[in-house]
Design a protein around this ligand. Structure first.
Ligand SMILES: C[S@@+](CC[C@H](N)C(=O)[O-])C[C@H]1O[C@@H](n2cnc3c(N)ncnc32)[C@H](O)[C@@H]1O
Length: 403
């Protein structure tokens, strides 16, 4: 089983699948004025079409028996350690009577269940309101089943619900932003063109055309990368993430005061658009393997692009979400106590099943693996914090002893 951060290209970028194109997708392409979709439209269909989308029509994507493993589906340790950080967030905010933890993109609900269990019996428990914003109705159903024991504490909101009742607390996501639809661009030596998806002779094909919106290239100016872009080789392909900016705007509306905590795989802007990354980061994920045939089996495989953390920081500042800290998942979890858990496993223990002990140790190491989950970025942004709150050091963002 592979963690999603591993990069394994198995097909060449130009290889095209001859799978039958689903009628609903074909009908959608036919409805467009130029019979073509932006990659963002194609991804939206492939991931979220109500009847055929990867996240809306299938079950069993997550976990060791599914298509991919995320940190919360690997073990409860991830949510338990975040529960430690949650208590500190609450304290820094002055222990408000009501503290909302809003999870955006909750998958099959593993994180929420383990997090709520970890906080049971703590001082924070009575203030805690858990809110889930989930795009896929199918996943929402799975979450509702898994969270049945906490039905009094959990509610499902739309983005509009959240904007109508702004919260004090934390907006949290793990591997949400990598699932947002992206636009694909190609550098033509002096200008960008957009890569569209169309159909010819029963096969999905790529087609270049003018940008669907002039705003798509604003990110290069926002990040001060114009000079670096001018030097990119002709034919260079990459992605831009307007959906991530729209998401930050929604968070800024919903979060009255508190923290935005984003965990995902990605790069800083200069690394994202480095000249050597000639084909961007967008990849397909199928049967536990990354590959580059984005058009194979539409609706049956995941499509995912790395996160541009610098863009999140710069756009966040524009929207009133102030950058507070950035670290890597391995350091974050170690600072929150993963090291102590590993240490406890190495103490002599009697009556413990050795194979279970070794399994457990492997799981903890996978959360720290510098070539996979451990390398994920952890970005903390703040909203409407006082200078004292802003200057508080937070346990997950301090360098753990011995590192
Ligand atoms: C890769 S999964 C990660 C799930 C979970 N957080 C985990 O780590 O196991 C992405 C999740 O984000 C949800 N999602 C994607 N776009 C969304 C949006 N705009 N609003 C709410 N949920 C969204 C997907 O349906 C799915 O639950």
């Amino acid at each position: 089983m592979d963690d999603r951060s591993r990069q394994q290209s198995q097909t060449s970028p130009m290889e095209r699948s001859n799978d039958t194109i689903p009628d609903r997708l074909l009908a959608w392409i036919d409805r467009q004025p130029q019979r073509r979709l932006t990659m963002a439209q194609f991804m939206s269909w492939a991931l979220y079409d109500p009847q055929s989308g990867y996240y809306s029509s299938r079950t069993g994507q997550f976990g060791d028996r599914g298509d991919f493993v995320t940190a919360p589906t690997l073990s409860a340790d991830f949510a338990e350690l975040l529960a430690v950080q949650a208590q500190e967030f609450w304290q820094v905010l002055g222990k408000p009577d009501r503290f909302d933890w809003v999870e955006m993109g909750a998958g099959a609900g593993h994180f929420a269940a383990d997090f709520l269990a970890a906080l049971a019996g703590t001082e924070l428990e009575s203030a805690l309101h858990y809110r889930v914003i989930e795009r896929s109705p199918q996943l929402q159903q799975q979450q509702q089943q898994r969270l049945e024991p906490w039905r009094d504490r959990v509610a499902w909101w739309t983005w509009e619900d959240w904007a109508a009742q702004p919260t004090i607390g934390v907006a949290f996501s793990n591997e949400l932003v990598d699932a947002f639809p992206v636009h694909r661009l190609q550098w033509q030596g002096s200008e960008w063109q957009e890569i569209y998806v169309t159909e010819q002779a029963g096969v999905l094909q790529e087609e270049l055309g003018p940008l669907s919106s002039p705003e798509l290239t604003a990110v290069f100016t926002d990040l001060g990368l114009e000079a670096a872009i001018a030097r990119l080789p002709e034919g260079y392909r990459t992605e831009v993430h307007p959906a991530a900016k729209q998401w930050l705007a929604q968070v800024a509306k919903g979060l009255q005061r508190g923290y935005l905590l984003t965990i995902d795989y990605g790069y800083s802007g200069d690394r994202y658009y480095a000249a050597g990354r000639r084909d961007g980061t967008l990849q397909a994920y199928w049967q536990q393997r990354f590959h580059s045939d984005l058009y194979a089996r539409p609706g049956q495989q995941d499509l995912t692009a790395h996160v541009n953390f610098s863009a999140l920081e710069v756009w966040g500042e524009q929207l009133g979400l102030e950058r507070l800290a950035f670290t890597e998942q391995a350091l974050f979890l170690m600072a929150l106590g993963l090291g102590d858990r590993l240490m406890a496993l190495s103490q002599p223990q009697t009556g413990v099943d050795l194979s279970r002990l070794l399994q457990r140790r492997e799981v903890l190491h996978r959360l720290l693996d510098p070539t996979a989950l451990g390398n994920f970025g952890v970005l903390l942004q703040g909203r409407h914090l006082s200078p004292e709150e802003r200057s508080q050091s937070l346990r997950g963002f301090t360098v753990p002893a011995g590192v």
